[in-house]
Design a protein around this ligand. Structure first.
Ligand SMILES: C[S@@+](CC[C@H](N)C(=O)[O-])C[C@H]1O[C@@H](n2cnc3c(N)ncnc32)[C@H](O)[C@@H]1O
Length: 369
């Protein structure tokens, strides 16, 4: 039997990307994540022995194994457009670390994921220069923005995906889309919020994660494990917030509020992003689930149930951690570690599992075929 191809996950977070690639048939042999709670979640689901809960910069070359694939994306430092392309700029430190791992592990392929505006950043220019005449010159780079909903994820999340293929292999290319707003011969309809969260309790039983003995990872006590309905936790909005939510129909947002419910800031800014205080639509993919999806003023995170005629048939709350995890395609059995805020950050930071799986399957097919 052929052994599963191996992968290293850098900046692994809670493991969304690893889970997708594992579903596609890859086996994680090393993961690097310095945040204790995120690394603990990763370890809880993939095993602790191969997880380095450390700053990537302190991992010596001698610890880097050979692998078929490297995945992960260095977080960009706000993409400041200061015009500096200096490789010694401290902001580029994490990129140099990524390049160091590619250099040592010599993977057949690496997949770099980042926010969609990454392709307009200095970090991106640096990467292209490295492929042209630097440490990546042994790799052919292809880049594109993929939208998770086009790959069967119930979320419109655009991500910049750079695929580097070693030059002794044929370039891999990006996976063809499988889903579309308007389905066609080979394209299924977009998955919807309804398909992921309909039928879950409208009123969460608790506003806190369950109290239980902590688990231990990396020699430290960490809150967890939590899974499934443990994450279905509500909030306690004040009366004025509830009144606001009640005015907002599916697809609507702060522009639906009557004057007396506007904050001064909104009243003074009658135009701008429409997602603020937005309510999701049942029969469309959700917007991008960010790390603060539990704050309605941060995006379109109100629950989609809202009857125009029957106020008792409205769910006036933001989505819960459980619903957010489902929209990111995490299975109900996934084990989470950390506090409410840290688990929200892990969920919002993750690559949707279904998108990672689509990229992984495509790469595996191309490597084997
Ligand atoms: C966008 S998240 C990764 C999400 C992950 N790919 C997933 O799908 O779940 C980036 C991660 O990089 C980690 N990170 C940032 N700087 C780091 C460093 N110097 N060393 C190790 N990890 C780091 C952060 O803690 C964060 O969890």
């Amino acid at each position: 039997m052929r052994r599963p191809p191996t992968m290293i996950d850098l900046f692994a977070g809670c493991g969304g990307m690893s889970l997708g690639f594992q579903q596609a048939g890859f086996r994680s042999i090393m993961a690097v994540e310095h945040d204790l709670h995120a690394a603990a979640t990763y370890a809880a689901n993939f095993g602790e022995a191969h997880v380095f809960q450390e700053d990537i910069a302190v991992i010596p070359d001698s610890e880097i194994p050979q692998a078929d694939l490297i995945i992960g994306g260095p977080p960009c430092q706000g993409f400041s457009n200061l015009g500096s392309k200096d490789v010694d700029d401290p902001r580029n430190k994490l990129w140099k670390e990524y390049l160091r791992f590619v250099d040592k592990a010599q993977p057949k392929v690496f997949v770099l994921e980042n926010v969609s505006r990454f392709r307009k950043s200095n970090e991106f220019d640096l990467l292209m220069e490295e492929a042209d005449h630097g440490s990546l010159k042994g790799y052919e780079l292809e880049h594109d923005v993929l939208v998770a909903s086009d790959y069967g994820v119930a979320q419109r999340r655009p991500r910049a995906i750079v695929i580097g293929t070693r030059r002794d292999l044929s370039p891999i290319g990006h996976p063809p889309t499988t889903h579309a707003r308007v389905p066609g011969l080979d394209l299924l309809p977009w998955e919807t919020v309804r398909s992921r969260i309909e039928g879950l309790p409208r009123v969460p039983e608790s506003t806190e994660l369950p109290t239980r003995d902590p688990v231990r990872y990396f020699g430290q006590a960490v809150p967890g494990h939590f899974s499934g309905l443990d994450l279905h936790i509500g909030r306690r909005p004040v009366a004025r917030s509830l009144e606001r939510y009640d005015h907002i129909p599916p697809g609507g947002g702060r522009f639906d509020l009557p004057d007396h419910l506007l904050s001064d800031c909104w009243r003074n800014k009658p135009t701008g992003t429409t997602d603020v205080m937005g309510r999701m639509l049942w029969d469309a993919p959700s917007p991008t689930i960010r790390t603060e999806f539990f704050k309605p003023e941060k995006g379109r995170y109100l629950h989609p149930q809202w009857s125009p005629n029957d106020p008792s048939d409205r769910v006036n709350r933001v989505i819960t951690h459980y619903e957010a995890a489902r929209l990111q395609d995490f299975p109900d059995t996934y084990k989470w570690c950390g506090t409410k805020v840290s688990i929200a950050r892990q969920i919002g930071n993750a690559v949707p599992v279904g998108l990672a799986a689509a990229i992984g399957r495509h790469i595996k097919d191309r490597l084997e075929g």
